[in-house]
Write a protein of this length. Structure first.
Length: 274
């Protein structure tokens, strides 16, 4: 099984082309590949390109726990770079189908930077398209948080805080991810607004855990800061892994731009799955 590994600001993914598979990946195989001791180690697997009836390419995204994700901003940037490395795309924009909807992507800087039109941000986890941003109070352990739902094809819960730390994500992220009100679990972002064009976040990613960077989390957090009137439309999102640029227009359409780095490629041995 051949693979190529990339990272986007420290958020690492393994790309596997379906044509290199004898059969579909099992949950056990996904978990093993992503394991940092018994496998290659990654924050997820990108399976593609697959054929699509609506887009130029189709991508499936799997979390380290074996579950399938709807969308990943960093994953989409990495997959776009993979397509560019394989000479399947050039300098023009192209479309990618995901479980969370179609996106447009464009590769820049000889593959080192990618822009993705993430689509419309909605302040809900449901199917409603026009929902006003709404505060929710959530009680976890001995702490009460005020947060806001957002979706860019996958669910997010953004919590503005005055004092941001990694400990917040580790301590409360898992409990919020699995809180019973979130029927399909949720990604969690703790957000601090630095100024009208800059925010900082810490991320607990659904199915993956603590994450150095996330494109969809950056988009969701920026959209909440924008919706609350705390930020303008162009927002730099600072994370432990680096910075992603987000633009939110008047129709809540989001555009993301960030870096991608190729790590290497190789072949997985079958005995790792025994």
């Amino acid at each position: 099984m051949k693979f190529t590994k990339y990272h986007a600001l420290g958020n690492d993914y393994i790309v596997i082309n379906p044509k290199d598979l004898v059969q579909e990946l099992t949950e056990h195989e996904i978990k093993t590949i992503c394991d940092r001791h018994y496998g290659i180690g990654s924050d997820g697997i990108l399976l593609g390109p697959e054929s699509s009836s609506t887009s130029e390419f189709k991508l499936r995204i799997f979390n380290p726990d074996g579950g399938e994700a709807e969308k990943s901003g960093n994953g989409l940037r990495i997959f776009s770079r993979y397509l560019w490395d394989c000479k399947l795309v050039g300098s023009d924009s192209f479309s990618i189908e995901t479980k969370g909807g179609e996106v447009q992507a464009k590769v820049h800087d000889q593959g080192k930077s990618v822009t993705v039109d993430m689509g419309k941000v909605r302040y809900t986890h449901g199917d409603d398209h026009e929902v006003a941003i709404q505060k929710e109070v959530i009680q976890v352990a001995d702490v009460s948080f005020e947060g806001y739902r957002a979706s860019v094809g996958n669910p997010h819960f953004v919590i503005p805080v005055d004092h941001l730390s990694t400990d917040l994500a580790y301590a409360y992220g898992p409990m919020i991810e699995h809180e019973e009100r979130f029927s399909n679990r949720t990604n969690v972002q703790f957000l601090k607004v630095l100024d009208k064009n800059t925010i900082q976040i810490e991320i607990w990613e659904r199915g993956a855990g603590y994450t150095l960077a996330s494109g969809s989390s950056s988009t969701a957090a920026a959209a909440v800061a924008f919706g609350l009137g705390l930020c303008e439309s162009n927002i730099k999102v600072n994370m432990p892994g680096g910075v992603i640029d987000i633009n939110i227009d008047a129709n809540m359409m989001a555009k993301m731009k960030g870096a991608v780095c190729k790590i290497g490629m190789g072949e997985l041995a079958s005995e790792m799955f025994v």
